[in-house]
Design a protein. Sequence first.
Length: 327
Amino acid sequence: MFIPARFLALSLLSLLLCGCKDSSSSPQSVSQGVPLQLGGKEIADRIARKAYSHTETILSFGHRQPESAGLDQSRAYVIAELKKHGWTSVEQKFKKMTPKGEIQFSNVIARYAPNPGQNPWGRSVTGVLAAHIDSKILPNFLGADDAASSVATIVALAEHLHKNHPTAAKQLELVFFDGEEAVGPNMAFQVDGLYGSIHYSRAVQSSVAQAISPYKKAPQFGIVLDMIGHKNLTIKIPSDTPKKLARSYDAARSKLELKNHFGKSSGSFLDDHYPMIVIADIPTIDLIGDFSANKWWHTSADNMDLISKKSLSMSIHMTLEILSNHL
């Protein structure tokens, strides 16, 4: 169904401005200016321990299939945790026709606003850090790595940025996409799957086109996290990764000595980064685990037993390095 661009932009703006919830927490005192280094290995290890704990909590709610109680509880948990650390969240709700009928989806979008009364939606942001919060409709499927671990990592990173790098935090938007997984067996662009990232990207594009808040201009870059906690970590970014971000990734995996765990795919594929690139015009890198040769993918074996604090730490270290190079 075609929806006029101006309607999308104004609808999102209305939602954001009406739905903001300010947190009363205050960041610790830090030096002014954007830091060049957001965190090294020891910091990544500490963040990873918190991300591991958040992953356990999210899985305790059960599966996160569309319109499920587990998904509602996961969203509420993310919003509450972010609020503790100065992030204001809104739910971007929309309905979409799917192969299994009409489904209500809801993205969570957060910006940093630690002081009471702050409205973060009037400013533009430099970067987007995103993950999908839903799980695929499969029996006994929890999706620990696909993608509870990524959601948990962003929540843990949000706390770190609040406490140590509030200037950098203000330049970021955190997004938790609903409906990444195809409702049917296979994903097809604008047919099934990627519902949340497509809706979000259209809203960004419309807001930019109208030069109105919350996106008077498009963010300069995006990072999508997906399947980043597997104990046998093998990240492979897609071949169509924007060149500037690919160069940053290459430099980071050399500097951090992570080439054994962070590589490149020989081809492109559909994931939440794709709508951000082609619809919202946000250059986006997808730090995604190699699911092509893994028998655990989309099975009941994707549970907490797969998740490793060491793997989470490596993924967090890489994410911090890329953020440091682009904020």
